[in-house]
Design a protein around this ligand. Structure first.
Ligand code: HEM
Length: 454
C-alpha cells in the first residue's frame, strides 16, 4: 500500500529561472547550483540563446541539432574549455579531454577494453560489491543514506577493476583524494562554463594539489608493480589497457598515459554510477508500485541469488527503471562545446567561439519531446518505445559517446536488482533529496531512506 504521504506528486526537480538575470546574479547562482541558470523556457523551446558579458551562448534542446553537434560536425564542436579546465589537473590529456588525432588513437586503443565480453568477465566484481552492500544494509538501523552506500559500492567496483590486487590500492585514501578534488577543485564557475581562457585564475586552483599528487602516486605505483608481476588470470582494466593497441598507428599507452586514462575511468565512472543507483532507489521509494513490479521481476529471475551478468538480459523492467532514472536525473546534466567555425543550428547562426551548451537535464524534460516530462514513468522505455535517440543523452552520443556506458548499465542493473530483491526502500518524511549540479547532478543532503529486509 502506498503510504498516506504519497499523493500523485512529482519527484524533486530544480526550479528553473523565469526572469532575466544580471551577470553577478548569474555568477552567484552558478556557484551554488549550475542547474539554477537554466531558464525555464529551455523545457519549452528547442533553442535558447543569450549573451553574458561578452560571451554568446546557446542552449540546445533539439534532437536534430544535437545530432549535428555530437555526431555530424564533431570538428566544429570540440569539448569546451570548461571540461578541460576542471579535469586536466587530475587526468592530464587523457581520452576524456584530448581532441583530434590524440583523442582518436587513445579511443581506438581503449575500445576493445570495454567489449561486452570483457565486461561480462569483470561482472563478478560487481556482484561481490552488491553482496557487500546487502550485508551492510542488513545491519543498518532500519535506515541508511543510500547515496553514501552507492558511492562506496561503485568505488569498490571501479578500484577493483582498475588496480585490483596490486596491494597498493588503499581505497579509502583514493576515495578521499577524489572527494577532496571534486569538492574543492572542481566547483564549476561561470567562467568555466562560458569558456573564459584558462589563464584567468580560478578560485578553485587555490585548493587541493596534495590530494591529486597522492592519487597519481598510488596509480603510478600500481602500474609499475603490474608491469613486474604480469597480467592477472582474469585481466582487469589495467591489464587490458596495457595490452591495448591502436590498430592504425600500432601505438600503445606509456606509463603516464595509462595512469591518466585509468584515473579517468575512476573519476568518470564512479560517482556517475553511484548517482544513477541512488536516484533509482529514491524513485523506487517514491513510487512503491514501480518498486513492487521491479521486485517481482528481480525475485523471479534471481531466486535469492545475487545478480550476475547472465541475469542482466533477463530483467527488462530493471533496465527501463534505470533509463527513466537517467532521464530525470542525468548525472552529467550539462555538456558544453565551443564552436570553432560558423554554423547554423535550428535556423540560428552560430559564430566561432560561441559557447554551445547541451543542458541534458532540460532536454530530458523538454515538453516538445516528452509527454508529462517531470513524471516518473519507466514504461516510456518499454517494448516498442519510440523516441529520438538524440533526445535521451545521459551518455552523450556520436564518436565521443561514453566508453563506459555498457559497463555502467551492467553494474547498475546488478546492484539495483539485487538490492530490490532483498530490501524494501521507503521515503523519510521531509528528507527528499534536492538535485544540485556541481560537476555531476548530486542529491543535496544525500538520499536517506528507510530500509527493511523483505
Ligand atoms: C551512469 C554512469 C555514467 C554516465 C552517466 C556517464 C556519462 C558520460 C557522458 C555524458 C560522456 C560524454 C561527455 C561529453 O560528450 O561531453 C562520457 C564520456 C566518457 N565516459 Fe562516461 N558515464 C558513466 C560511466 C562511465 C564509466 C563506468 C566509465 C569508465 C569505466 C566512463 C568513462 C568515460 C570516458 C573515458 C569518457 C570519454 C570518452 C571520449 O571522449 O572518447 N563513464 N560519460
Amino acid at each position: 500500500m502506498p503510504d498516506a504521504q504519497m499523493p500523485a506528486e512529482l519527484p524533486p526537480r530544480v526550479e528553473l529561472v523565469t526572469r532575466v538575470m544580471g551577470l553577478w546574479e548569474t555568477f552567484q547562482l552558478t556557484r551554488k547550483n549550475l542547474l539554477a541558470i537554466i531558464p525555464h523556457v529551455a523545457v519549452k523551446q528547442p533553442i535558447v540563446s543569450g549573451k553574458t558579458g561578452i560571451i554568446r551562448w546557446h542552449m540546445i534542446m533539439d534532437p536534430t541539432a544535437n545530432r549535428r553537434i555530437l555526431k555530424e560536425k564533431l570538428d566544429i564542436y570540440p569539448k569546451s574549455d570548461v571540461t578541460k579546465n576542471i579535469l586536466r589537473p587530475a587526468i592530464g590529456d587523457s581520452m576524456f579531454i584530448a581532441e583530434g588525432a590524440h583523442w582518436r588513437w587513445q579511443r581506438r586503443a581503449a575500445a576493445p577494453v570495454f567489449s561486452h565480453r570483457n565486461i561480462a568477465s569483470l561482472a563478478p566484481i560487481m556482484s561481490a560489491s552488491a553482496e557487500a552492500v546487502c550485508e551492510r544494509l542488513a545491519t543498518a538501523d532500519g535506515q541508511a543514506d543510500v547515496f553514501d552506500e552507492m558511492v562506496r559500492a561503485t568505488f569498490e567496483v571501479i578500484s577493483d577493476v582498475t588496480f585490483s590486487g596490486s596491494g597498493t590500492m588503499n581505497s579509502d585514501a583514493v576515495h578521499k583524494a577524489i572527494d577532496n578534488y571534486i569538492d574543492q577543485t572542481a566547483r564549476v564557475s561561470l567562467f568555466d562554463i562560458l569558456g573564459v581562457p584558462t589563464w584567468v585564475p580560478r578560485f578553485s586552483r587555490l585548493f587541493g594539489p596534495n590530494s591529486l599528487t597522492k592519487m597519481k602516486d598510488i596509480a603510478d605505483e600500481s602500474i609499475a608493480r603490474r608491469r613486474e608481476s604480469g597480467a592477472k588470470e582474469i585481466p582487469d582494466l589495467l591489464d587490458l589497457l596495457m595490452d591495448g593497441q591502436d590498430p592504425k598507428s600500432e601505438r600503445q599507452m606509456n606509463a603516464s598515459e595509462l595512469r591518466d586514462n585509468l584515473l579517468t575511468f575512476i573519476v568518470a565512472g564512479h560517482e556517475t554510477t553511484a548517482l544513477t543507483l541512488s536516484w533509482a532507489l529514491y524513485l523506487c521509494a517514491f513510487d512503491p508500485a514501480v518498486q513492487e513490479k521491479l521486485r517481482a521481476e528481480a525475485q523471479s529471475v534471481l531466486k535469492g541469488e545475487v545478480a550476475t551478468a547472465d541475469h542482466v538480459g533477463q530483467m527488462p523492467y530493471c533496465e527501463q527503471v534505470i533509463k527513466e532514472t537517467l532521464r530525470l536525473y542525468p548525472p552529467a546534466a550539462f555538456l558544453s562545446r565551443t564552436a570553432q567555425a560558423e554554423d547554423v543550428l535550428f535556423g540560428r547562426k552560430i559564430k566561432p567561439k560561441d559557447t554551445v551548451m547541451l543542458p541534458v537535464y532540460a532536454l530530458h524534460r523538454n515538453e516538445l519531446l516528452w509527454e508529462n516530462p517531470d513524471a516518473f514513468d519507466p514504461d516510456r522505455f518499454g517494448e516498442g518505445a519510440s523516441y529520438d535517440r538524440f533526445s535521451w543523452l545521459p551518455f552523450g552520443d556520436g564518436p565521443r559517446v561514453c566508453i563506459g556506458s555498457h559497463f555502467a548499465m551492467v553494474e547498475a542493473q546488478i546492484i539495483l536488482s539485487t538490492l530490490i530483491s532483498r530490501f524494501k526502500f521507503e521515503r523519510i518524511k521531509g528528507k527528499d533529496p534536492k538535485p544540485v549540479l556541481v560537476v555531476t547532478l548530486r542529491p543535496d543532503g544525500g538520499v536517506p531512506l528507510k530500509v527493511t529486509p523483505v
